[in-house]
Ligand binder design. Structure first.
Ligand code: IPM
Ligand code: MG
Length: 356
């Protein structure tokens, strides 16, 4: 097993080093190799995705990823922005299926901004298509019209085969869960999304045991706030998935809890916390490392087929929450506020206890 480790920027290195503690305990035989990406890539090699980093990704079985991004990158040309490194990596490895589970830990019900009865028992997964849509469609750019006025252009674009492969991934995931897929689109306005709905419906005929429904993105956003428990697997395009997954994250109380897996055609996957680089809290030992640790659990399951070990890590996380350990983002009165390092250590201790 060869695992590429890309801590990236901001709080990325802090949370990844906690996930590495867990990795060393659970997979002592795995080989790990680190490489810079994002701002770290720019500092080390002048580009957000250095060629050596991409080469390492290609020869690894899985990638443990932190986060990329700096405080003020809006002024930089697009190909020099830290986030571009991540987008290029997704594109180069064709990691088209981005699974973002939103799971309510009963211990954290008070941390959600929604009423407990709305989120109690919440367990859904957003499958975001990750290599198409306005994120990659051409033409794109900022041009100047003959009048001298500038115009910004991006293109929403999906081929049938791109929709098909992510739809299959959604139905297969639903079969391992509660057998429900809700496809989210904007078929009432956009042709791209009209095709999306048509193709998802067609693929759905191969999975008669899975219940398929459709929602427009605006209604989906509303339903996610009103009655999120009705969802099992939500499959949607890149831009809608970006937005919906942040919203879903908040249902659970903190984006600091949520892991993700980005998979391609083989078992190689990139595992990253859903939260970003949070430069404002970087280096202060206050970031929540649980999303990174839970992302590693997804790696165990999805890239290495080690279901028992994945469950063990998830159980260890639950047990530290039950013991009252909380980083600032999920802190409530009566619980024990800890830093990033201490939270990581607590998970490793729980692993020791649970595996004895
Ligand atoms: C995400 C992030 C990225 C995205 C950024 C960092 C490019 O928001 O993974 O959700 O928009 O995909
Ligand atoms: Mg996002």
């Amino acid at each position: 097993m060869k695992i590429a480790v890309m801590p990236g920027d901001g709080i990325g290195p802090e949370v990844v080093s906690q996930a590495l503690k867990v990795l060393r305990y659970v997979l002592p035989q795995a080989e790990t190799e680190e490489a810079p990406i994002g701002l770290a890539g720019i500092v080390a090699r002048g580009v957000p995705l250095p060629p050596e980093t991409l080469a390492l990704a290609r020869r690894s079985d899985a990638i443990l990823f932190g986060s990329v991004g700096g405080a003020d990158e809006a002024s930089l040309p697009r190909n020099e922005r830290p986030g571009t490194g991540l987008l290029q990596l997704r594109e180069e490895l064709t990691l088209f299926a981005n699974f973002r589970p939103a799971f309510m830990f009963p211990e954290l019900i008070g941390a959600s901004t929604l009423k407990p009865e709305i989120v109690d028992g919440l367990d859904l997964v957003i499958l975001r298509e990750l290599t198409g849509d306005v994120y990659f469609g051409k033409p794109r750019g900022i041009e100047t019209l003959p009048s001298g006025e500038r115009v910004g252009i991006n293109t929403m674009r999906y081929t049938e085969s791109e929709i098909e492969r992510v739809a299959h991934a959604a139905f297969r995931a639903a079969r391992r869960r509660r057998k429900k897929v809700c496809s989210v689109d904007k078929a009432n306005v956009l042709e791209t999304m009209q095709l999306w709905r048509e193709v998802v419906t067609r693929v759905g005929r191969d999975y008669p045991d899975v219940e398929l429904s459709h929602l427009f993105i605006d209604a989906a956003a509303m339903t996610l706030m009103r009655a999120p428990k009705q969802f099992d697997v939500i499959v949607t395009g890149n831009i809608f998935g970006d937005i919906l997954s942040d919203a879903a994250a908040m249902l659970t109380g903190s984006i600091g809890m949520l892991p993700s897996a980005s998979l391609g055609v083989d078992r190689k996957g990139l595992y990253e916390p859903v939260h970003g680089s949070a430069p404002d809290i970087a280096g202060k030992d206050i970031a929540n490392p649980l999303a990174a640790i839970l992302s590693f659990a997804m790696m165990l399951r999805d890239s290495f087929d080690l279901e028992d070990k994945a469950k063990l890590v998830e159980k260890a996380v639950r047990s530290v929450l039950a013991d009252g350990y909380r980083t600032g983002d999920i802190y409530e009165e009566g619980t024990r506020r800890v830093g990033t390092e201490e939270m990581g250590d607590a998970v490793v201790q729980a692993l020791r206890r649970l595996s004895n």
